[in-house]
Design a protein around this ligand. Structure first.
Ligand code: TXA
Ligand code: MG
Length: 311
């Protein structure tokens, strides 16, 4: 859709205090769109039980309607209202919830979710986030929150409220400012099939040793499309030499225009990745060069996002 299709609204910035969270909860009850911090990235939240509000998410983001959303729930009991939770899924919930893990599970017949949340699939993606703002919100409302990353479709995911405003100001009712997010990369997504077989759909902050992620544009996880992470200019990975028109993203011994972690700390690098990509996108340099990042631990998820940014 074009910029003109969404009605201009004034986007308020709300403090993440008790009064602010109560206000955000009321906007959500009334069917509004509110960007909220999670420990991964900011999400663009709306009540997941209303077709009308879920449609607003797709419109504000300009997101293709075949790409399903994650429904955010309080905990595993809440999740069981929407999906079938077998032993394997229950074990993952027990180990990692609340936290940066999303489970793709078989949808219950009577799940009170707008069909657009699952884009018509027989499965649903569920996550119980650990961020105190999300938890406080979910405790005050009696519906789950559909929330994709709070960026216009095709832009870099937001890890600060300013990143959110860069692409969504005027298109959403409010953003709750909870400061920079801790993890900085979207949640790990694991599909749990009937019978308990598991498949990694997206690497993320939680490392789960499973079969390799599916690649390319598999229908199963449309957000895996490369363009979803594009900063809008050419990106070169494992760069050892730099040219004058490169915006350099450094790591370890390689100092950049923006450095992911001078000490080579991968958690710090993950937390800073999208801010560096936002800076690179805004800079007057025409290209982006990224220093080599070790493919260990969360480095795998960092390299996954960088490959998509470079594709
Ligand atoms: O950390 C995160 O996961 C953030 C925060 C806000 O929770 N959310 C996020 O949402 O990254 P989004 O929409 O940008 O990515 C969700 C991914 C998409 O790739 C989507 O295709 C996939 O989850 N997905 C959602 N439902 C699915 C389903 N039923 N089966 C397979 N993939 C699904
Ligand atoms: Mg996204």
């Amino acid at each position: 859709m074009s910029d003109k299709d969404a009605t201009e609204v004034t986007t308020q910035t709300i403090l993440a205090d008790t009064a602010g969270i109560a206000r955000a909860a009321q906007i959500l009850r009334d069917g509004g769109l509110v960007a909220v911090p999670t420990e991964t990235v900011y999400g663009l939240a709306a009540r997941a039980d209303s077709a009308e509000t879920v449609a607003k998410i797709y419109a504000a983001k300009g997101r293709p309607d075949f790409n399903p959303l994650i429904a955010h729930v309080r905990d595993a009991d809440h999740a069981a209202e929407f999906a079938q939770i077998g032993d394997a899924a229950a074990r993952l919930c027990g180990e990692h919830w609340p936290g940066p893990l999303t489970l793709v599970l078989s949808l219950c017949d009577n799940a009170d979710l707008a069909p657009a949340v699952t884009a018509g699939l027989p499965t649903v993606a569920l996550r119980a986030p650990a961020h105190p703002v999300m938890q406080a919100l979910l405790a005050q409302i009696d519906f789950p929150l559909a929330a994709p990353s709070a960026n216009r479709s095709g832009f870099v995911s937001p890890t600060t409220s300013n990143h959110v405003l860069e692409t969504l100001a005027g298109r959403i009712d409010a953003v709750v400012d909870g400061g920079p997010t801790e993890k900085g990369l979207e949640s790990t997504i694991v599909a749990v099939r009937a019978g308990g077989a598991m498949q990694l759909l997206r690497p993320g902050p939680i490392e789960i040793a499973l079969a390799e992620p599916i690649t390319g544009d598999a229908i199963e996880s449309p957000g895996q499309l490369a363009s979803h992470y594009a900063p809008g200019k050419p990106v070169r990975l494992n760069a050892r030499k730099v040219a004058p028109d490169d915006f350099v993203i450094g790591f370890g011994g390689v100092e950049g225009d923006c450095t992911l972690s001078a000490t080579g700390d991968l958690d710090e690098a993950a937390a800073r990745l999208y801010d560096c990509l936002h800076q690179a996108a805004k800079s007057d340099r025409s290209r982006i060069a990224v220093a080599p990042i070790p493919d260990d631990g969360i480095g795998k998820a960092i390299n996954d996002r960088l490959r998509r940014a470079a594709a």
